[in-house]
Design a protein around this ligand. Structure first.
Ligand SMILES: Nc1nc2c(ncn2[C@@H]2O[C@H](COP(=O)(O)OP(=O)(O)OP(=O)(O)O)[C@@H](O)[C@H]2O)c(=O)[nH]1
Ligand SMILES: [Mg+2]
Ligand SMILES: [Zn+2]
Length: 363
């Protein structure tokens, strides 16, 4: 590890506060979590990217995040330089648990109130997106039941630049007392209460319409888009017939924008959906839509003993992450937090020091 570490601004990937103090302590003074050694080692290339999941209970937050995590542990098949590491013991456990569940066809259990473990995955070599320390927080849907959401229990609600609003259209239709725009109203109210203005301090709201496999009235282009996703199968078979290089990503993002347009039209047919779009736009949120099926197929049993009927085959679960990645482009260099040192004017040294500074920045 470079000694330069002591002079750079380093953000704790768990609470997003600046880590101060000696690198030897390797502990965040705000949240008291140990800073992962691999994060410290690669911090220069791993910009933290925080994502908060929100959504009513039972709409599929945990299943979606598990599917996304499973996918991220296999992306080496499609990204040539890709590698990943769990950034904490809890993340490692969560990944092992998801793998076990994948094998047995069991889905995650409902999330209990009070459980809010940040999941940190260090992602490297994602082609044009480079590296990120992805940290996401799942939590119990009950936390979103109030207009004033409990930020001490959902701390990324205020801090994360990307929010995944996870909603199942089928569940929205079945339980009409909890409409999607009410959720957004609660979020906006909570931001306002804590002095966060999303039109100035930009946030991307990715509306993840999940359980796509259950939606009967999907327009054909959307249905086709969902079922034609080949990513999971490619990763499972390990056959590199799909590449996510720069041109392929460009094409993929263009298609995602097209799908976003269709989804927007589709959701706006409903009064609550239309209101969601209006509220998000008026408040300055950067709004985009994804359609996913985290399981890829039907599920049997109740919420507490959900079992997949077929093999797990997540569809389009990467899309929300790509929305997040494209909202947070990697900075050129983040090695120093402070401005360059004051340079002596019109001296011979000036050019030398400037070159030295440029060289250091690019280290
Ligand atoms: N068919 C289908 N069912 C799904 C899908 N995703 C989730 N489910 C079902 O929805 C149930 C609830 O999903 P969870 O991910 O646990 O929901 P949650 O939003 O985390 O709920 P809380 O933890 O209570 O807030 C699961 O047990 C599955 O039965 C999907 O993509 N397709
Ligand atoms: Mg859950
Ligand atoms: Zn911290």
């Amino acid at each position: 590890m470079s000694d330069l570490l002591t002079t750079r601004k380093l953000v704790c990937p768990f609470c997003l506060e600046e880590i101060t103090g000696s690198k030897l302590e390797r502990k965040c003074s705000s949240c008291q979590r140990p800073t992962p050694a691999l994060y410290l080692k690669d911090a220069r290339d791993l910009e933290p990217m925080a994502v908060q999941a929100m959504g009513w209970s039972g709409h599929g937050k945990s299943v979606f995040l598990s599917a996304l995590t499973l996918l991220l542990t296999r992306m080496q098949v499609v990204w040539e330089d890709y590698s990943w590491s769990p950034g904490s013991e809890e993340t490692r456990e969560a990944i092992l648990d998801s793998n076990r569940r994948l094998e047995s066809g069991l889905l995650p259990l409902p999330t209990n109130k009070g459980v809010d473990l940040p999941c940190l995955i260090l992602l490297r070599g994602m082609d044009r997106f480079k590296g990120r320390a992805l940290v996401y927080r799942d939590c119990a849907g009950e936390h979103f039941d109030t207009n004033s959401m409990p930020v001490e229990q959902v701390p990324f609600l205020l801090k994360a630049k990307t929010l995944f609003l996870i909603a199942s259209p089928v569940d929205l239709a079945a339980r009409r007392e909890r409409p999607i725009d009410m959720l957004l109203n609660g979020f906006l109210n909570t931001l306002e209460e804590h002095g966060v203005d999303p039109s100035k301090d930009r946030r991307r709201l990715v509306v993840v319409l999940t359980k796509g496999d259950l939606i009967q009235d999907l327009p054909k282009p959307l249905h086709d888009y969902l079922v034609k996703d080949r990513v999971w199968r490619t990763l499972e078979e390990g056959t590199p017939d799909l590449r996510f290089d720069e041109p392929a990503i460009d094409r993929y993002l263009a298609t995602m924008r097209e799908v976003d347009r269709h989804l927007r039209e589709w959701i706006e047919r409903d009064a609550h959906g239309r209101h969601l779009v209006r509220l998000a736009t008026q408040s300055g949120l950067d709004l985009c839509f994804s359609l996913v099926s985290a399981t890829g197929g039907p599920v049997s049993g109740g919420d507490s003993e959900s079992q997949l009927e077929n093999r797990w085959e997540p569809r389009r679960v990467l899309d929300p992450l790509l929305w997040a990645l494209s909202f947070n482009p990697p900075p050129k260099s983040r090695i120093f937090s402070t401005a360059p040192p004051e340079l002596p004017r019109s001296s011979k040294q000036h050019g030398l020091i400037a070159r030295w500074w440029e060289w250091l920045k690019d280290l």
